[in-house]
Structure formats: structure tokens, C-alpha cells
Design a binder for this molecule. Structure first.
Ligand code: SF4
Length: 275
């Protein structure tokens, strides 16, 4: 597989039925090898208006054997070209933990990472709804406590049910989800990811900003938060312009306010912004 680092075009590869796709990641600031468990159709428990997965259909199927072959091939190609691999990342066309193949795929990726790319991180990007399944909760907790280079990037876009309804549009109650996130973060480390954007040209209201900040602080006090990643909308989405970019100043103010609140509580995970 040829490694072509293109920040936008390679994301489109995952809608063409590939299981493994190298991309340049703004979060990792380098080469990220993505794993896509849904080559044939998007599957997700959220319906975020900023979601970057465009409608697609094809007859591709996921298989562990093919994923193993493609992952090894992508790592070898990067190494032949002396391109450092920052991470191997589960994301793709939907929520990875919903796939019945996820547990096997995760353990396989960790084995291949440790053997072929030991300095790379293994990353799971998740909306957290998989934590409601006891088996997934347990697998993730075990790996997070055991593996040195495994990180869970957990989506937390809203602090109030009203904003959650707009930005994630899920039937799963926010309270139920945040309770489970608290339980998980109290037992294993996570990185929090938050998308800040306008919906219908409206920014998050002040009560939403306060509730989100209080929620993140509570998680940091009671749990193990490695980092908070705040994202601005940067890439095209099929529902554009329903979700749109906020001013950089707004994101910086929210990050600064969170940093102050975290410092006051003596729990200080890093807070980064990705524009
Ligand atoms: S959770 Fe991720 S994959 Fe699912 S709809 Fe939201 S942005 Fe898209």
C-alpha cells in the first residue's frame, strides 16, 4: 500500500471500502493509520450534524484476516519510507465499539502495534456508548490498565440534554451515558474530546458552556483524565451548513475558562485546541 499523506483526501478513502487507511492527523501531528470496521455502511449510535462521513455504499466486508494483512502492509510501507507512525487509530465510518468484530480487532491491533510499531500509540476514538455494554467496558478497562500505549479518546460534546439533542442527536439519555463515563474514568485513564461548533448558526448557550465545564471538572476530580481536546469544525460534512465553525476566540475562551476551573480544583489535565 502506498502511503500518501493527504489530510483530507485520505479520509475519503474509508468510504471506498478500505479497512486500513493512512492519514495525516492534526491531533497526532503525524501519520495515523486508521482502522475502519465499517467498510460497507456507516453505523453509529450518534447522529452528529458535523459528522464527516459522507453517504456511500459498496459491497466491501470487514474481516480480521484482511485487517491484519492491511495493517501490517501499511506499517511496513511507512517504515520503508522512514515516516514515523504516530498512532494506529480506530475510527472509520461510525462507532467502532458497536461492531461485533471490535474486541478481536482491538486485541489484534495491539499485538501488531507492539510487534511492528512499538513507539506508536493505539487509539480508540469513541462516542462512549459502548461503555454501556459490560463486555466492552471490561475489555477497554483491562487494556487501558495493561497496555502502555493505549489511549481512549472519548467524545463529550455536551453538558446539557438540550445541547446533546442538537449536537449528537442520540436516543441514549445523556445522564445515563455520563454516569457510565464517570464510572469508567474512575477506573481507567481517558482523553476527553469535545467538538465546539454552531448548530443552525447558534453557538452553545452560556448554560451549556457552564454545564460542560462542570462535567469535565467533575470527571477530572473523580477520575483519570489525561487530556482535554477541544475541536473546531475543520472539515466538510454532508449536512453542511447545519453545523458551522465558531470563532477561534470563542474556543480559546472556553479552553482558558476550563484551564482556570481545573487549576482551582488542583486537577490539571492538559487542555488543547485543534482548529
Ligand atoms: S459519533 Fe462520530 S461517527 Fe458517529 S455521528 Fe458523531 S461524528 Fe459521526
Amino acid at each position: 500500500m502506498a502511503i500518501d499523506i493527504n489530510p483530507i483526501e485520505n479520509h475519503r478513502e474509508r468510504e471506498k471500502g478500505v479497512l486500513v487507511y493512512p492519514v495525516y492527523s492534526r491531533r497526532s501531528e503525524g501519520l495515523s493509520i486508521g482502522i475502519n470496521l465499517y467498510p460497507d455502511i456507516k453505523q453509529c449510535s450518534f447522529d452528529c450534524p458535523y459528522c464527516e462521513v459522507f453517504p456511500f455504499s459498496n459491497n466491501a466486508t470487514f474481516s480480521i484476516q484482511q485487517m491484519k494483512k492491511d495493517l501490517r502492509s501499511a506499517i511496513s510501507s511507512a517504515q520503508k519510507e522512514n515516516i514515523p507512525i504516530k498512532d494506529i487509530c480506530f475510527s472509520g465510518n461510525g462507532e467502532p465499539t458497536l461492531s461485533p468484530d471490535f474486541p478481536d480487532a482491538l486485541l489484534l491491533a495491539e499485538t501488531v502495534r507492539a510487534e511492528m510499531a512499538p513507539s506508536a500509540q493505539l487509539v480508540l476514538i469513541t462516542n462512549g456508548t459502548g461503555l454501556l455494554q459490560p463486555q466492552i467496558f471490561s475489555i477497554l478497562k483491562d487494556l487501558a490498565l495493561r497496555a502502555e500505549r493505549f489511549d481512549i479518546w472519548l467524545k463529550l460534546d455536551a453538558g446539557t440534554p438540550e445541547w446533546y439533542k442538537k449536537i449528537n442527536r442520540s436516543n441514549i439519555p445523556l445522564e445515563k451515558l455520563t454516569e457510565k463515563i464517570h464510572e469508567f474514568a474512575a477506573s481507567a485513564p481517558v482523553t476527553i474530546q469535545t467538538m465546539l461548533c454552531k448548530i443552525n448558526d447558534t453557538p452553545p448557550p452560556p448554560e451549556e458552556a457552564e454545564a460542560w465545564e462542570a462535567l469535565v471538572c467533575k470527571l477530572a476530580v473523580n477520575g483519570n483524565i489525561r487530556k482535554v481536546q477541544i475541536y473546531g469544525k475543520a472539515r466538510p460534512a454532508p449536512e453542511d451548513p447545519l453545523a458551522s465553525k465558531l470563532d477561534t476566540d470563542y474556543l480559546e475562551q472556553r479552553a482558558a475558562s476550563l484551564r482556570r476551573a481545573l487549576a482551582a480544583s488542583a486537577h490539571t489535565p492538559m487542555v488543547d485546541i485543534y482548529l
